[in-house]
Design a protein around this ligand. Structure first.
Ligand SMILES: [Mg+2]
Length: 397
């Protein structure tokens, strides 16, 4: 590696939703807490460390979790509290680097490269961030520091909860090589199975294996990707421009599309899905992003900030369709569309104090209609529901 070593922090709050619930309600402290949608149905969104002792983990069906631990307390998620805590978390992180890339409400990368003279060694920064999260938010953060993103993320996870692990440039390869291959970014169940049949179980095994043979078994993209990661090469930078929290839906088409009408239909469906997820999470979006990827893999995004935040699918759809109208789509190579996506961002809790506006009634009605659609969809399936969208007139709306 010729480039100077980077210093990347990965900060991750421990058992985030469950920790917020235990913080807000002392009666829950020290007890196995399962956070989910409705009690006894659905999956575990987050669980306290007291629950993990029973082998419970997030994404486990709630029924299964309760079989494992009958006395667990089930709490309904309160997204507005988590969004609020997340805002405080990102405010703290922003004091240490302008380069903060949020991965979710409770997880982010920071690039501290070159800031040592100003802030001191990265261990000190990590300790201060952990202390401030504890004092200001009454939550616990685990931090990993490493020269590459892959290792920083693993390092934050390895000593959880309340972890702090520093991987120096000299430590990077010994650290990675002792870990199971499943820790490599992009290795799922299937790839792990193939690697196992090749006798490769640790990252070190992959690093020592001839790259050409890896490519032969896994194909050029995966083979080279894994060989490079196993050598400690992960060129991904911290991308601060990425918005911390988004809810989106994207679709890759079987055949490339050059008909804007067809894309409009796709966007209508995506808008309803995104709006439904916003309402599930009790959030509203302040901005809409349209993503278009062409058949030559060029990707463009277009964004509109809304006058007022919404979780109304009709509003999201109308804005996305307006954005689509400004994007060239042509029946020629490089002009056809292979992927279309709609993303809601600038998220805020639905209960956020907001100035009452004269179109408040219309928005409330749109969101209530959305709630009804959600219930109908839950009962009969989403495929049956079509929404009539009021498209803008030629001369503006
Ligand atoms: Mg976390």
């Amino acid at each position: 590696m010729s480039a100077p070593a980077r210093t990347i922090l990965h900060v991750d709050l421990d058992a985030f939703y469950a920790a917020v619930e235990q913080r807000d309600d002392p009666a829950l402290r020290g007890r196995p807490v399962l956070v989910g949608g409705s009690a006894r149905r659905g999956v575990v969104a987050s669980c306290s460390y007291e629950a993990r002792v029973f082998g419970i983990h997030s994404a486990m069906p709630m029924a299964e979790a309760l079989r494992r631990c009958r006395h667990a307390v089930v709490v309904k998620h309160r997204m507005e509290r988590y969004v609020d805590a997340s805002r405080g978390f990102f405010a703290i992180l922003g004091d240490y680097s302008p380069e903060v890339e949020g991965l979710s409400l409770d997880e982010a990368f920071l690039d501290l490269t070159g800031s040592e003279r100003l802030l001191g060694p990265p261990r000190g920064v990590a300790e201060v961030i952990k202390a401030r999260v504890r004092q200001e938010l009454a939550l616990v953060a685990s931090v990993g520091v490493a020269p590459i993103k892959l290792a920083a993320k693993i390092a934050s996870d390895i000593d959880k909860p309340d972890g702090l692990r520093i991987v120096t440039p000299e430590d990077l390869l010994p650290f990675l090589h002792g870990l199971p291959v499943g820790r490599l970014w992009g290795v799922g169940e299937a790839t792990r199975g193939v690697l196992a049949t090749m006798g490769l179980s640790t990252i070190g095994d992959v690093a020592r294996y001839p790259e050409r043979a890896l490519v032969g078994r896994l194909g050029p993209v995966t083979g080279r990707h894994l060989a490079a990661l196993a050598r400690g090469e992960d060129a991904r930078g911290v991308e601060p421009e990425r918005e911390a929290v988004t809810i989106g839906h994207r679709e890759t088409f079987e055949d490339d599309i050059d008909d804007p009408g067809e894309l409009t239909v796709t966007l209508l469906g995506q808008a309803d899905r995104v709006a439904s997820r916003l309402r599930d999470a009790e959030l509203r979006a302040r901005a809409v992003i349209l993503t278009i990827k062409y058949d030559d893999f060029r990707e463009i995004t277009r964004r509109t900030t809304l006058d007022a935040p919404t979780s109304d699918g009709a509003v999201l759809a109308r804005v996305a369709i307006e954005l689509l109208g400004k994007v060239p789509i042509e029946p020629r190579e490089g002009g056809r569309v292979r992927l279309c996506g709609l993303t809601a961002t600038g998220l805020e809790p639905r209960q956020a104090p907001r100035q009452l506006q004269f179109d408040e009634a219309a928005r409330a009605k749109g969101e209530r209609l959305g709630d009804t659609l959600d219930r109908v969809a839950a009962k009969f399936g989403r495929g049956l529901i079509k929404r009539a969208v009021h498209l803008p007139d030629e001369d503006g709306d």
